[in-house]
Design a protein around this ligand. Structure first.
Ligand code: ATP
Ligand code: MG
Length: 310
């Protein structure tokens, strides 16, 4: 049987020695080759989950398989398939960039391959820094080194824990380019982020976690369609002080400046009233300067889901 799930987390619960329950009955299957974004507020359990999958934190209850290997009983086989870019800087700063890379391959029992390491360093604009001690690099460059290091042993799956926290536009761009390249090679990518626009841009599927529980996992597109409300935004020629009678009965909102009307509606509902709203506005004599519709973003979906489960 071909296993399409590179990661399989089953009924995973984790209580830290402090007594804090960080994960509660988490089930998560990651498909080979996909880009999966894990979204959740601070303290939701994202890093805990990743750390358990990577074998850095002990499994509490449940089971975690990576490429079919149990992370407890077959730790080495499981870990070998994973590249991890941790949230916190965890690296020997007295070592050079190049040696860090060479060493990392060795740790995972991979033969030396300088051409591969050069490719990675060039893709991350680190090639000319290869002989420098990590200590002497800027914060953003250190992050690049973490990414390079995670890729040194050609992992099947790459975890990026908050990859773009505190990085500049250029690194972000380099990183997304690299991720796209890795995806083309078939590498599975799992990232956590607070930047929902990022998830929206690059992820195939999105999981939302809060208080150690997975609230929802869905294809990004389906998620946006299912939960995505649309908004009709009307810019008026001149400001009005209140809604005319003709517009009573429609859930229209007038902005404070009196120049913008918004109408929220459900795109999936066949009986939305966009036509009626526009007709009523026409009847009321209000002149429009411009109009647009907006899809509710993943961010709004995320925020309202968290509010519902608070
Ligand atoms: N070693 C530990 N001992 C006790 N509690 C811990 C430990 N590590 C994490 N926690 C707690 O577990 C919860 C989840 O932490 P975790 O780091 O997994 O969250 P996160 O989703 O990664 O948050 P952030 O977005 O801030 O990175 C937090 O309440 C945290 O305080
Ligand atoms: Mg974290």
């Amino acid at each position: 049987m071909i296993d399409n799930h590179i990661i399989d987390v089953r009924n995973l619960s984790k209580r830290y020695p402090s007594g804090f329950q960080a994960l509660n009955q988490v089930n998560l299957q990651i498909r080979r080759g996909e880009i999966f974004a894990l979204l959740g507020p601070n303290g939701a359990g994202k890093t805990t989950l990743i750390s358990i999958i990577c074998g850095l934190v002990n499994v509490g209850e449940g089971e975690v398989l990576v490429g079919g290997h149990d992370v407890v009983t077959q730790y080495r086989q499981a870990r070998k398939q994973i590249g991890l870019v941790p949230q916190e800087l965890a690296i020997d700063i007295f070592e050079t960039v190049w040696n860090t890379m060479v060493f990392s391959r060795g740790v995972f029992g991979k033969p030396r391959d300088d051409a591969h390491l050069e490719d990675i360093l060039r893709a991350l604009s680190l090639w000319n820094k290869r002989d420098e001690k990590i200590q002497s690099l800027s914060g953003g460059m250190k992050r690049r080194v973490l990414i390079a290091k995670a890729l040194a042993h050609e992992p099947e799956v790459l975890f990026l824990d908050e990859p773009t926290a505190g990085v500049d536009v250029e690194l972000r761009r380099d990183m997304w380019r690299l991720i796209e390249k890795l995806r083309q090679k078939g590498v599975t990518i799992i990232l956590t982020t607070h930047y929902i626009d990022e998830a929206e841009e690059i992820a195939d599927r999105v999981g939302i976690i809060n208080h150690g529980e997975i609230l929802l996992i869905d294809n990004k597109r389906d998620l946006m369609q299912k939960l995505g409300r649309k908004q009709l935004i009307l810019q008026l020629q001149s400001a009005i002080s209140c809604l005319p009678d003709e517009l009573d009965g429609f859930a229209l909102q007038l902005a404070e400046d009196g120049q913008t009307l918004t109408y929220d509606y459900d795109d999936n509902q066949s009986e939305n009233h966009v036509t009626e709203v526009l007709a009523a506005i026409h009847r009321s004599g209000i002149a429009l300067r411009d109009m647009q519709t907006k899809q509710r973003s993943l961010e709004q979906i995320f925020v309202s889901l968290l509010e519902e489960t608070r």
